[in-house]
Ligand binder design. Structure first.
Ligand SMILES: Nc1ncnc2c1ncn2[C@@H]1O[C@H](COP(=O)(O)OP(=O)(O)OP(=O)(O)O)[C@@H](O)[C@H]1O
Length: 592
């Protein structure tokens, strides 16, 4: 008989039930006559506390609670890409078809479309050894991604049956494995996985390769490695969402999982409307063919928001296990932390800083720790990179979510209100931001872009720091008193800020390959070195900055990478000619 408890208290999304002795911590349950989805989050002898993933209005004391015998889990198989799920993994398209525009409570829809047909290509034969992660067969999930049907983590043995090539539905038995106890285990295209448990891998590797994002300030100044973790904190309207979209569009990941977590409904609508329209820049195909959206807006039940990041990261790990590089964007982890706070408050737990539960840091750590570059169970290489947006109230980076996030991420792209107000986008502050991956990815840049990549980056950053110091003086006494050497620094810093770091998301400069960024920055620094030599010889800086070829350095970014490559020798030559001519005329005039 189905095990059953009874509701004794309802407090918003948190429900208490009795008669729960046989239930397990984190077990999924159906709550009430409507069979709402819930999860046990505390168990104390006979009494359990349940967070309910659906609206509890109308739920009554004394209604039953049924067990499902498994923790919060999702189905993993072909058909995930291009789909939009809610926080607990229900596909919103199928929910809409079955229940209409508002998600009806208690609705049950399969995560993986049971009727869709897939072209299956077997990859093993009878008698082959089956170990966790062995690729049994493949299906072309979308024109961009081959989906690998893998032996689930706990299964090991020998294949006794393999389905021949053909067109099948997802629930067909693709293969059978006889384990060492002689038991036969059926493998279908779908496997289930508990979302709060990280999927296993063979080995964690040091991240070494950058995840190219096409954003100069990131790739050039604060790079993230494949398998790395980054946070984008920023106050209201500083560009968190646009930056996340840019990363989803342009970053060199095979699969992107975008978790819209607790943002306002209209913002998520923008994502839902915009993403299906977007084109994958590399293939020209719809971006959705390599994207999964997890949408849990602020008007959807708060407990499902808490679950949404685990759903998202599990989806990402599953594609990592196929040997792909996966990027996870979570927007915003602050709204997720607020969900945690609300549930904790309703459970009457003792609050810590600003009402957040004391376990906020450990939950944040658990999430970010699921990133990484790994050797998968079948010996392939895959990675999950996590980029979490943080929205600190009032842009205050000392509040708990930002502060604790900072402990667990290695890249911090601090968005700056004053840069955003000045329409300098991306508004990533070059003084407060950092990347701890610079050392690890430098070899890659040296090999694939230019051996001078690291030195150039450091010099440009030093120059900006020097400019920062000079600006403080300027604020006190004005620009007029600056010696020419310092004027040259502030002018070069202006070129770096406006001609290199600034990059519009909505124009042709939206994606900038590392080679383009390197070319721009090296030309700017080339100008600086030449001009500095002349200034030291007494050539007035005002003459040096007057040439068109100098002022045009700020517009180099408007050229495409290919145009820039073609025009670079000519620009450099024009720059040389102008500087040499200006210098020699001036020095000759002084000598007369
Ligand atoms: N890289 C960019 N290029 C051009 N414009 C940008 C860029 N980044 C941000 N913007 C501008 O800033 C506006 C606000 O950005 P966005 O909505 O991403 O901010 P947000 O931090 O997510 O805001 P909220 O706090 O409301 O979630 C955008 O509508 C856009 O006009």
């Amino acid at each position: 008989m189905e095990k059953q408890g009874v509701i004794t208290l309802i407090n918003g999304p948190v429900v208490t039930a009795r008669g729960m002795r046989e239930f397990a911590m984190h077990e999924m349950v159906y709550v009430g006559d409507l069979r709402l989805m819930g999860e046990i989050i505390r168990i104390d002898e006979d009494e359990a506390t349940i967070q309910v993933y659906e609206d509890t209005q109308g739920l009554k004391v004394a209604e039953p609670v049924f067990g499902r015998g498994e923790p919060l889990s999702i189905a993993l198989g072909p058909g995930l890409l291009g789909n939009i799920f809610d926080g607990v993994g229900r596909p919103l398209g199928a929910v809409y078809e079955k229940g209409g525009i508002f998600i009806p409570r208690g609705i049950k829809v399969p995560q993986i479309d049971p009727d869709k047909l897939w072209e299956l290509e077997p990859a093993v034969k009878i008698g082959d050894v089956a170990t966790p992660g062995t690729v049994v067969a493949t299906v072309k999930e979308t024109p961009l991604v081959v989906h690998k049907i893998m032996v689930p983590p706990a299964v090991e043995g020998e294949f006794t049956f393999v389905l021949p090539k053909g067109t099948y539905k997802a629930d067909v038995v693709v293969a059978k494995v006889r384990d060492n106890r002689g038991q036969e285990i059926e493998i279908t295209m779908v496997q289930r996985w508990p979302v709060r448990v990280p999927r296993p891998c063979r080995e964690h590797l040091t991240p070494k390769e950058p995840l190219i994002t096409g954003q100069r300030v990131i790739d050039g100044f604060f790079p993230i490695a494949k398998g790395g973790v980054a946070a984008i904190p920023g106050g209201f309207g500083t560009g968190k969402t646009v930056t996340q979209h840019q990363l989803a569009k342009w970053s060199e990941a095979t699969v992107v999982v975008y978790i819209g977590c607790g943002e306002r409904g209209n913002e998520m609508t923008e994502v839902l409307e915009e993403f299906p329209e977007l084109e994958d820049p590399r293939s020209g195909r719809p971006l959705m063919e390599r994207t999964i959206l997890v949408a849990n807006t602020s008007n959807m039940p708060v407990a499902a928001r808490e679950a949404s990041i685990y759903t998202g990261i599990t989806l990402a790990e599953y594609y990592r296990d196929m040997g792909y590089d996966v990027a996870v964007m979570a927007d915003s982890t602050s709204r997720w932390a607020e969900a945690l706070r609300e549930i904790s408050g309703r459970m009457e737990e003792i609050p810590a800083e600003e009402g957040f539960p004391a376990y906020l840091p450990s939950r944040l750590a658990e999430f970010y720790e699921r990133a990484g570059r790994v050797v998968t169970l079948n010996g392939d290489m895959g990675s999950v990179t996590i980029i979490g947006a943080v929205s600190p109230p009032g842009g205050d980076f000392t509040e708990p979510v930002t502060r604790h996030t900072k402990r667990f991420v290695r890249c911090f792209w601090a968005l700056d209100k004053s840069l955003a107000n000045a329409r300098h986008f991306p508004a990533i502050n070059w003084v407060d931001s950092y990347s701890e991956y610079v050392g690890e990815v430098e070899d890659w840049f040296s090999l694939n872009v230019d051996s001078g990549w690291g030195a150039l980056r450091n010099r440009a950053k030093e120059l900006l720091a020097e400019d920062e110091r000079i600006q403080q003086v300027v604020r006190l006494v004005g620009e007029d008193v600056l010696p020419d050497g310092e004027r040259l620094i502030t002018f070069t810093a202006y070129l770096i800020k406006n001609g290199y770091l600034q990059q519009g998301a909505f124009g042709p400069d939206s994606y900038s390959p590392p080679s383009k960024g390197f070319a721009i920055l090296s030309l700017i620094m080339y100008f600086y070195d030449k001009a500095l030599a002349l200034v030291r010889q007494g050539v007035p800086f005002s003459l040096l900055r007057s040439g068109d070829v100098v002022t045009n350095l700020v517009h180099l970014k408007e050229l495409s990478a290919e145009e820039l490559e073609v025009q670079l020798p000519k620009i450099r030559q024009d720059l040389d000619t102008f500087l040499e001519k200006t210098g020699s005329e001036r020095l000759a005039a002084r000598g007369r």
